[in-house]
Write a protein that binds this ligand. Structure first.
Ligand code: PLP
Length: 418
């Protein structure tokens, strides 16, 4: 009787009204979420607590690429949930083996390591690069080169490798032997990649740093300098991978192959999973016990990711991403031309686009995304000067038209308020 009473209390407590204000009462204040609280979503449509509909052009920051509650992904999750959730890495499992086979068949990689997030995939990559270099060349070869304005995650190692000092302030002392160079600057890379460098890490398209694609020449040069000095080239494709640029991974569009590639976000369409992909020779440095995580390669996450990968890695799917990307880019170019006082340019790759604010509108990206939300359009920022769009890859032309109409209304409002 007593235990049933407790269960009822818990059920009632779980149903107690909660809202945005509850966030300020019970959450560690690391985020400043929107006033509206999403409660359900399907495809690119999302509804808040008040039943208001929004078009989601954020995809949960580049995560729900197959749309919210994608039926095929939900079915894969449900089937696995009825079968086997978790065993721990003292045992392997069928979904993770299938996922690793599919990822290695689809890419340059011969080995996969799984974890739970982008930061963890990068943490694994940086640790692997250090371990590989220690074993092959000695402990002097430990420097990691990365780019100014890059973003690689929030663990102490990954945030320190990331090139945004605002995220490391107050967390010192930071890990040593890290070196930041300007993005897309070949001369700076040539000078920085010396014999003591174990790895160079780059986002083929910088996401958080402002939706900025690397040039082909830059990635080719990094490959050449790394080869010359025995350093590993790491591509962080956590945001730009998994079909976002119209290729399964962005490196495929550049024709430059890394030694290590990291993936997360869209890999699980909302179910947390990260992956680090590499060659057999590099992977060999991670011997038994060298690295690990309890949930890495969990059957639930792996079953979901396998369904996501199978869906995205199909020529017709990727061709449609390319077509949708050109359609959206044309529309946004049109908006930028209509509001020349607000926007300087539109840049990006595939369905990863940034509307760069003009000089006079610097710092007002958040103002624009708030106005868009008031019109029922969810957008992101990429720093204070760039409005970022990361719609699900399944976005239709009709949804793009509707989003652009809502964006225009929002811009009329913010322009009128100036
Ligand atoms: N790398 C890149 C390029 C990212 O954009 C992000 C997240 O935005 C990360 C790493 C970190 O991923 P996570 O937030 O899953 O740890």
């Amino acid at each position: 009787m007593h235990s049933i009473q407790r269960f009822d209390d818990a059920a009632v407590a779980a149903q107690e009204a909660v809202g945005r204000q509850t966030f300020d009462q019970v959450m560690v204040p690391t985020y400043a979420p929107s006033a509206m609280v999403p409660v359900r979503a399907s495809g690119l449509d999302l509804w808040d607590q008040a039943g208001r509909q929004y078009l989601d052009f954020t995809a949960g920051i580049g995560v729900t690429s197959l749309g919210h509650a994608n039926p095929a992904v939900v079915a894969a999750l449900r089937a696995q949930a009825d079968t086997l959730w978790h065993v721990g890495n003292g045992f392997t499992n069928e979904p993770v083996l299938r996922l690793a086979k599919a990822l290695t068949a689809a890419t340059f990689a011969e080995r996969a390591f799984f974890c739970n997030s982008g930061a963890e995939a990068n943490e694994a990559a940086f640790k692997l690069a250090r371990k590989y270099a220690h074993g092959k060349f000695g402990p002097h070869k430990s420097r990691i080169v990365s780019c100014v304005n890059s973003f690689h995650g929030r663990t102490l190692f990954t945030v320190s490798v990331g090139g945004q000092p605002k995220y490391t302030e107050g967390f010192e002392p930071l890990p040593p032997d890290l070196h930041h160079i300007p993005f897309n600057d070949i001369d700076a890379a040539r000078a920085a990649i010396t014999d003591d460098v174990c790895a160079v890490v780059v986002e083929p398209v910088q996401g958080e740093g402002g939706v900025l694609p690397a040039s082909v020449e830059y990635l080719r040069a990094l490959r050449e300098f790394c080869d010359a000095k025995g350093a590993l080239l790491i591509f962080d494709e956590v945001q730009c991978g998994m079909g976002r640029t119209g290729k399964l991974f962005a490196y495929m569009g550049y024709g430059v192959t890394p030694d290590i590639l990291t993936s997360a976000k869209a890999l699980g369409n909302g179910y947390p999973i990260g992956a680090m992909l590499t060659t057999e020779a590099v992977a060999a440095a991670f011997t038994v016990g060298a690295h690990g995580t309890t949930y890495g390669g969990n059957p639930l996450a792996a079953a979901v990711a396998l369904k996501v990968l199978d869906t995205i890695n199909a020529p017709a799917f990727l061709a449609r991403v390319g077509a949708a990307a050109s359609y959206l880019k044309d529309k946004l170019d049109g908006v930028a031309q209509e509001y020349p006082q607000v926007f300087a340019t539109v840049r990006g790759s595939g369905l990863m686009l940034g509307m760069v604010l003009s000089e006079g509108w610097r710092g007002k990206a958040k103002e624009i995304t708030k106005a868009a939300e008031a019109e029922g359009l969810m957008l992101l920022i990429a720093g204070p000067d760039v409005v970022r769009l990361l719609p699900a890859l399944v976005v239709t032309d009709v949804q793009i038209d509707e989003a652009v109409a809502r964006l225009r209304r929002a811009l009329d409002t913010v322009v009128a308020a100036q």
